[in-house]
Design a protein around this ligand. Sequence first.
Ligand code: DI6
Ligand code: FE
Length: 408
Amino acid sequence: MTAPRWDRLWLNVRLATMEPDGAAYGAIEDGAIATSGDRIAFVGPRQDLPAAPEACAVVVTDCGGAWITPGLIDCHTHLVFGGERAHEFELRLEGASYEEIARAGGGIRSTVNATRGASEDVLFASARSRLRETMAQGVTTIEIKSGYGLSTEAEMKMLRVARRLGAELPVDVRTSFLGAHALPPEYEGRQSDYVKMVCDEMLPAIAKAGLADAVDAFCENIGFTPAETDAVFDAARRNGLAVKLHADQLSDLGGAALAARHGALSADHLEHTSQDGVAAMAKAGTVAVLLPGAFYFLRDTKVPPIEAFRRAGVPMAVASDCNPGSSPALSLLLMLNMACTLFRLRPEEALAGVTRNAARALGLNDRGRLAVGLNADFALWDVGRPAELCYWIGGNPCRSVVRRGIER
Ligand code: DI6
Ligand code: FE
């Protein structure tokens, strides 16, 4: 038998494959992983290699016992935006609430002003520096939403910037159109006209330009009603786009059940989700995306119904929600820690939340686990056990990252 000729082989590694069946973390001690082109060609115990390592691959690397996980996936971010909102942080610390600031014309609207006023190059440069921070912690796929433009032109500008980030940096960017994020000032008092414009003009134009992979909405008292969200999701379906929803973050408007009714990939936030919402998500296979950074930064006290999700078998993902107002978070590892400390996820659940389940929240089945045939996206970590990725507060044990077979 002739030995396979893989491009690269990593030896003396411990693998957290994140395969759901079997050992915790899908762990394989004394493992080996190999790539051919941009795919995983082998993953398993070293003793299962079909020949001597040097006969199997062109390049063989001894990793000295490092842990390898799938490349991390941040499945909910608002990474592209103009300006920052540190002053609102100060106001909140003096007692103003997030909703009060939003109602007074600050909040999302202040970022809309800054984003509309910024050139594409300026938006790109600021988002790129944030993206580099998160990539350094093992992120190989990131979702980026629009929603700070709120006009066809400005939403398209944001989405073009997101696409350009994916084209120029070694990371996969998935985009979501979030036109129904806030009411732009020029539509004050005419919310239904704005929703109609989102459905009939913005969404078709953005779908036609191929700028969005999914459609999102902010279903909330300070956002859009369930009926308006229904209309946006119907328009998404007409234009062939998947949906996901900011649901039940500040109040229970039945957002989780609404998302499930539309077969949403995910419902996100979910602090106020009811039992009915949990059951509907379980039935529809909708992923629960937990955003502990926003919970923490808004000093929220209502924890999402984690135990109910667990019992109902709803897959849970964890994401940064990186945005200037409610979660200025550039560290997905810190989100893992917060998911465990604030939401009581087990470290294995948290790690599944930024790998296997995050892939599912984006409708992607070619990543999020270490398995033959999947994208060769993985991260090497200087840790003694996978739970360490959830344990440290700050710091970065990421040794290196392989994306599509190439060490970046
Ligand atoms: N929920 C969030 O967490 C972000 N958007 C949303 O609908 C916050 C957006 C912001 O405050 O700028
Ligand atoms: Fe968000």
